[in-house]
Design a protein around this ligand. Structure first.
Ligand SMILES: [Zn+2]
Ligand SMILES: [Zn+2]
Length: 379
């Protein structure tokens, strides 16, 4: 037997049903194609599915324990054990289960659904905030117009395969220690399609599809963020044989803004103002996403204080409404004073009784702003 199903699931030969189920679930979560699309991992995923199919079914498990392969067509199902099914590779069995035929007998279709495709789209913060419409250049497989997806050169058609007479599989009788066993495998001449294309279409070499560049218009809703995926049904790759197209996913990549930093649907920025303005109060012009606005700095504003502008952030993707724009204030202490300025400040400090301040001490790092800044920089 080529595959040790017990080893595939990593369980002992006397493992109970619960243990088998647990082992399978753990592996399936880890190896599921949605989680891990790597082709090697997908092969492993097929293996654990096959192993579970056999070991979770007491009858199939018994057949397997006796040296048969219950997944082999012609074996197991109708009583006869498929032991020693010569020439029948494991992948053939799995293709029968997971391929287009899905366990059905007979030829498989040349037409299959195409793959999904993904494209990255860079947009600005403003576009994310309000939504936009973009023209996209996409490069995907489309149905070949020369053969309309049939794969046969114009004027010719696919013909019934003479080796399998259109059945897509060939049968073979082999002798084994259990008696005569009939096995079947996909027809090598037509690869299981049941038909052959004598003269492939010169445009697509018989694939039924060609690559082409198209321009799509995509509506980007307000509120999208980095990593948001927009699904465009049927705009992906056309399948082999002109099969239905997969979907196209547009993944949003937001370019960074030179003033605003986005956190969720809120925007943050920092305004630096001189000490005197913080003490006396002022108004600072700010170019928001909605145009020029005056940010009101009240007298006595401290360094690290934040001023929220409600509803000036990003539109919520679901449910409407908008986040806030939060302006963080940083108060700048003058570093160079001319004699007159220094004299003024000294007089001010005397007036305020601050010539020799005792200071107010508290444990830890008090500055709210420095903590916020650290959060921004991911420290
Ligand atoms: Zn063609
Ligand atoms: Zn054939």
């Amino acid at each position: 037997m080529a595959t040790d199903y017990y080893a595939v699931l990593g369980v002992r030969r006397d493992a109970g049903q619960d243990e088998i189920k647990k082992a399978f679930r753990r592996l399936a979560r880890e190896l599921h194609p949605d989680v891990n699309p790597d082709p090697k991992t997908q092969e492993r995923f097929k293996e654990i599915n096959a192993a579970y199919e056999v070991l979770s079914d007491p009858q199939k498990r018994q057949v397997y324990d006796l040296g048969g392969d219950p997944l082999s067509p012609g074996g197991g199902g109708a009583g006869g054990f498929g032991a020693g099914a010569a020439g029948f590779g494991f992948s053939d069995i799995m293709d029968a289960f997971f391929g287009a035929a899905t366990g059905q007998r007979g030829p498989r279709s040349r037409t299959r659904r195409g793959q999904d495709a993904m494209i990255r789209l860079e947009i600005t913060l403003e576009e994310a905030a309000f939504g936009t419409t973009k023209e996209l250049q996409v490069d995907t497989a489309v149905t070949c117009t020369t053969c309309s997806g049939e794969g046969a050169a114009p004027g010719t058609t696919a013909q019934t395969c003479d080796m399998c007479r259109g059945k897509g599989e060939v049968s073979q009788v082999t002798r084994s220690f259990l008696g005569q066993v009939m096995t079947s495998r996909p027809c090598p001449q037509c690869q299981g399609f049941g038909t052959v294309v004598p003269t492939p279409c010169p445009e697509c070499a018989g694939d039924g599809r060609v690559r082409a560049r198209r321009t799509l218009t995509v509506k980007i809703p307000a509120g999208v963020d980095n990593g948001t995926r927009i699904q465009l049904a049927g705009e992906g790759e056309v399948g082999p044989g002109g099969g239905p197209a997969g979907d196209l996913y547009v993944e949003i990549a937001e370019t960074s803004h030179n003033v605003f930093q986005r956190r969720g649907d809120d925007l943050h920025c920092t305004v630096t103002i001189p000490m005197t303005a913080a003490a006396l109060g002022t108004q600072v012009p700010l170019q928001t996403l909605d145009g020029l606005e005056e940010v009101d700095i009240r007298p006595g504003t401290q360094s690290g204080q934040s001023i929220p502008l409600h509803g000036r952030g990003i539109t919520h993707l679901r449910g409407g409404g908008r986040g806030d724009l939060i302006v963080h204030v940083e108060v700048q202490t003058p570093t160079k004073l001319d004699p007159e300025q220094e004299d003024l400040l000294r007089r001010l400090s005397i007036l305020r009784g601050e010539e020799r301040p005792s200071g107010q001490f508290a444990p830890g790092q008090q500055g709210l702003f420095s903590r916020l800044k650290d959060a921004f920089n991911g420290r």
